[in-house]
Design a protein around this ligand. Structure first.
Ligand code: ZN
Length: 573
């Protein structure tokens, strides 16, 4: 009997092993049925009816990102993301929140290297209101001294909290800066405080009229609507916006191919453990090789069974954390490999180990099991994204704005499924070469001589620089049961004789995942006007993973973000 059973099992295995891949390769995804229009003023409109919930997602993507920031005016695209929530011809300050949150919906916006997008989800009977509001801020934004100064201060504070305060904030800032020789991608999206300070109201108005216009925008509506009614509302509210006659400037700078390895030694204050990052230039996101790079990224760094985790963290114990990321863009992208070192290890150890893993992928094809798992993960992520109206709208926006062809929203999953082990080996050999490499080491800068009480003149030293972790019980249910430890992050004490400047603290509840990424950040106290900025900033922080018996665990706790204010009035907001 037993023997018989074993035979049957083996047969099953033989039958199912090849079948598993065949099944995944044939996963058919129902296409998003897209309707495309272009208004006379150049506005591109994509709509897709989806009646599974009585809601509608509205998104406006402007084809302007940090790469389009004017020379010496880095950070402008991001500054505009903030200004767009101030008043317009008919909208009051922050009214977008009232029109969405007060009816059970939500809204947000983001700025990337290539685009700035604004998005909302509301019950479908509020669709007309939101179309009216988006049209109002596209054409009638109030760019005045008051709005400009208040939002510039908020953005500068975001620089403090997202770049200067987190222990690895500067590393991620340096990666863009060091990876591009001439392309404006070398200016990180957050910009520079000097450029923001040097900006005038005239510069800001010029930026708005140059890029915020219907022929530089894509409107996407997905959800529960009547097509004729939607088209009528779009004509009514967007159709009346004039098309400017001036041309839209486009980045034409070509990043030259790298011809030799370049090395940079970067530093930050109080870096808990050194880090190393290696970047390679990649083709644009629209290139056929981009799909292959995404599968390679997943095999190298998705989860604890990934090659980098298994090799650097688990087996060699040279790093606390290792990652690979295909940062694909409209223009040349970068593939970033990195590691935060284990105690007593040197950047050279991690660099050697990272390069050895790349060489393995070049020397031999990945296994079928690795390939299947990676493709399945990527496809599953896309399917999960498309379960919601807002996820579908993002997929359409990405295809239209970054890939330059909205119809790719319906072919990209097939392309991912077509990637083979031979494709991966070819791409690994093509891009991950010795001459296409930038190596960045990131270590703690030498301690400064004792301060004599002028610490607050440097924002970096007035914001929190110390991470204190201590084991304490918390709610296991919230953290998925793997482990649960309190995490606290406290600003360093100021010298007793420090000059007094107005300050404000925002205290946030945070959950940090096993990789050290912030999963959730919710402000619970502090000035209302600063809470959103603090949440946005903390979401980008990177902690070193908390280890319990050698295993990384999810932690929850509180962090305090300290804002240095220009005047007392701001603190009272
Ligand atoms: Zn921001």
């Amino acid at each position: 009997m037993l023997r018989h059973k074993v035979t049957v099992l083996l047969l099953c295995a033989l039958v199912f092993a090849p079948f598993a891949r065949a099944a995944s390769a044939q996963t058919r995804v129902p296409p998003i049925s897209l309707k495309e229009r272009t208004l006379a003023n150049g506005l591109k409109v994509y709509s897709a009816q989806e009646r599974s919930s009585p809601t509608v997602a509205i998104q406006v993507w402007y084809k302007v990102g940090s790469k389009d920031d004017p020379p010496s005016r880095s950070g402008f695209a991001h500054l505009f993301e903030h200004l767009m929530f101030k008043s317009a011809r008919n909208l009051r300050d922050e009214q977008m929140d009232r029109l969405t949150e007060d009816v059970g919906g939500w809204n947000n916006a983001s700025t990337g290297n290539d685009v700035t997008n604004y998005y909302e989800v509301v019950p479908s009977n509020y669709l007309e209101t939101l179309l009216w509001a988006e049209a109002d801020r596209m054409s009638g934004l109030n760019v005045n001294e008051t709005n400009f100064h208040s939002e510039r201060d908020v953005v500068k504070e975001e620089f403090n909290t997202s770049v200067l305060a987190p222990p690895y904030g500067r590393l991620f800032y340096d990666i863009d800066k060091d990876s591009y020789a001439v392309h404006p991608y070398h200016r990180p999206t957050i910009g520079s405080k000097e450029d923001l300070d040097a900006a005038t109201l005239e510069d800001v108005r010029a930026f708005h009229s140059t890029f915020y216009r219907p022929d530089n925008a894509i409107l996407i509506v997905v959800g529960d609507f009547d097509q004729a009614q939607l088209d009528g509302w779009i004509d009514k509210y967007f159709g009346r916006i004039a098309k400017p006659t001036t041309p839209i400037p486009r980045v034409t700078v070509q990043e030259p191919p790298r011809t030799a390895e370049k090395r940079y030694d970067e530093t930050g204050p109080n870096v808990p453990l050194p880090a190393v990052a290696i970047t390679y230039l990649t083709p644009p996101a629209s290139s056929p090789d981009a799909d292959v790079l995404r599968v390679a990224e997943s095999i190298l760094s998705e989860g604890e069974s990934s090659r980098l985790y298994q090799s650097l963290v688990y087996n060699q114990q040279v790093a606390q954390e290792a990652f690979g990321q295909a940062d694909l863009r409209q223009g040349p992208g970068i593939f970033v490999f990195g590691a935060i070192l284990a105690s007593d290890k040197k950047p050279a150890d991690a660099e050697r180990a990272l390069l050895a893993e790349l060489k393995k992928m070049q020397d031999a094809p990945v296994t079928q099991a690795e390939l299947d798992k990676a493709v399945n993960q990527l496809v599953a992520n896309q399917l999960r994204e498309r379960e919601t109206n807002s996820g579908k709208a993002f997929a359409i926006g990405n295809a239209a704005a970054i890939l330059g062809d909205a119809s790719r929203v319906n072919t990209d999953i097939e392309h991912l499924q077509a990637v083979t082990a031979a494709d991966i080996q070819r791409v690994m050999k093509k891009y991950f070469t010795d001459t296409n490499r930038v190596v960045i080491t990131y270590t703690s800068e030498a301690p400064k001589p004792a301060s004599t009480g002028t610490a607050e003149t440097k924002p970096s030293s007035t914001t929190a620089d110390k991470v204190a972790e201590s084991a304490a019980p918390c709610d296991e249910k919230k953290t998925g049961g793997l482990g649960c430890f309190k995490l606290s992050y406290e600003p360093p004490a100021k010298p007793a004789d420090a000059k007094k400047t107005p300050e404000a603290d925002v205290i946030l509840d945070v959950v940090v995942d096993e990789q050290g990424n912030v999963e959730r950040a919710k402000a619970k106290s502090g000035p209302k006007a600063l809470r959103k900025t603090a949440e946005e900033a903390v979401m980008k922080w990177k902690f070193s993973p908390t280890l319990v018996s050698g295993r990384p665990v999810k932690v929850e706790g509180t962090v305090t973000v300290k804002f240095v204010l220009d005047d007392e009035k701001a603190a009272a907001k």
